[in-house]
Write a protein of this length. Sequence first.
Length: 366
Amino acid sequence: MTVDVTLRHWLRLTLIPGVGGESRRQLLKAFGLPEAIFSASAGALREVVGIALAERLLGHDCEREIDAAMAWAAQPGNHVVTLADAAYPQALLTTGDPPVLTFAKGRLELLNRPSLAIVGSRNATKQGESNAEAFAAALSAAGLTVISGLALGIDAAAHRGALNGRGSTVAVIGTGADRIYPSGNEALARAVAEQGVVVSEFPLGTPAVAANFPRRNRIIAGMSRGCLVVEAAERSGSLITARLAAENGRDVFAIPGSIHSPLSKGCHKLIKQGAKLVERAEDILEELRWESVVAAAPVAEAVPADPEAARLLDAMGYDPFHLDALAERTGLTADQLLAMLLPLELDGHVAPLPGGRYQRIPQRAA
């Protein structure tokens, strides 16, 4: 049987509506490869999945969708990876719900490289995005592949940070592999497909559906040796990924933040539950006993040349603050502070936050 015919059977198994992951696993366990499933009698199928699904397996026509998937896979850089393929992410086989196949665009070898998931809030602070990008860059430079979900905020920052390192990055998305969501990450998605790999278990053409994003989180967690949560609210979807990672025996890491920030509450909750508090990428590498751990030299922080601006930064600390609180702390008026904060914001030393708050952003010295 040719490779193309075999792949068509795999695609058919995943494209028939109503045949979910558990039913597919039961069928594969009972019959072996998909071609045996579709060669089986109606009676044999009914014994495994019942009358309704047996009739659907034998009667549903999805040839047009299969043809479209085969045409997509024939394009340079595109792949359909099944459970029977050597390129299938072997780490997923240790999880309870591995996808039967995935659509992949990019470098297949990254699917089986040692990796770490980095996840967090879509509505991240500038500091959170900076942390995600810096951690991802250091982990990728050490040879770990960074896995995330191509969402706005922390996910996007993690992909950006990892792209240029030798570990590169994997984006596990909640739409079809031929769709980009959100549209604001289109350029980033193209870069990941060129230098890393974009992965989806959903059929081509699948739009952004809310229920699919928590579902793809099990793949992010399952492919990784551990999961780092950078910023997360108390009910963040990132905590789902962290929980799934823990259930699969993976390490969970969290970066602490201000006790006043809602986006720190999820990370603090994880730490209370046993996640490992990390302040540097080296903390993760050491915990994983990664051989490429390199002791990081202390990093000097850039400070403004203007002594008054430098004193203002010292007065801010690193917690988010309201203008009124800073005025009380410094003895300056709100107008004076706003005049000083604007150039600091333009230079990247300070970032505005929702609710009229600000936060100091550490800047590395050149």
